[in-house]
Design a protein around this ligand. Structure first.
Ligand code: ZN
Length: 172
């Protein structure tokens, strides 16, 4: 299924528990407050947030639960919902710049929703492969890159919208 039109923004869920089935989002609510030992994200009011001051304050609370957030679990287990494949000579001539764009966008996405992360970004043969914890982040990264460095972009969703595959190519 091809989805190549329309406006796309960073997930509007803003860290809230997803309604679609995601095996890493528990059905039962987590105890609150909870802090992720991996990334220090704080879970409160049924949402995850990156807030160092609030996390520090919550840490002092003896009722705080220490957990591993869904994003850190997906990263540890390499469970990707989004896969981006970049290729072409232009990519390798602008590799550093392109990697920076992707990392900056990841940081912006994380500030809004800490569950949106890059799992890995590695060269495989002539392609640069980026895996993401959430499918929408893959689409967002692909579209952001394509706005900055126009190439051939393709975004494909699985039928259940549980996996997003993005490919981008530019030769010169
Ligand atoms: Zn975490």
């Amino acid at each position: 299924m091809q989805k190549d039109v329309g406006k796309f923004g960073i997930s509007d869920k803003r860290g809230r528990v997803k309604t679609s089935s995601d095996p890493y989002i528990p059905e039962a609510a987590l105890p609150e407050p909870a802090i992720c030992g991996g990334c220090n994200a704080l879970y409160r009011n049924r949402r995850w947030q990156i807030d160092a001051a609030a996390a520090e304050k919550a840490s002092a609370d003896s009722d705080v639960s220490h957990v591993t957030c869904p994003a850190c679990r997906k990263i540890a287990e390499r469970y990707a919902e989004g896969v981006i494949t970049l290729s072409g000579n232009y990519l390798w001539n602008h590799e550093k710049e392109i990697r920076n764009i992707l990392r900056n966008e990841e940081n912006r996405a994380m500030a809004k929703n800490p569950l949106q992360r890059i799992i890995r970004m590695e060269r495989e043969g002539d392609s640069l492969i980026i895996e993401t914890t959430e499918e929408k982040l893959a689409e967002h990264l692909g579209r952001t890159l394509n706005r900055a460095h126009q190439g051939e972009l393709s975004v494909t969703w699985s039928d259940q919208h549980s996996l997003c595959r993005v490919s981008w190519e530019r030769d010169q």
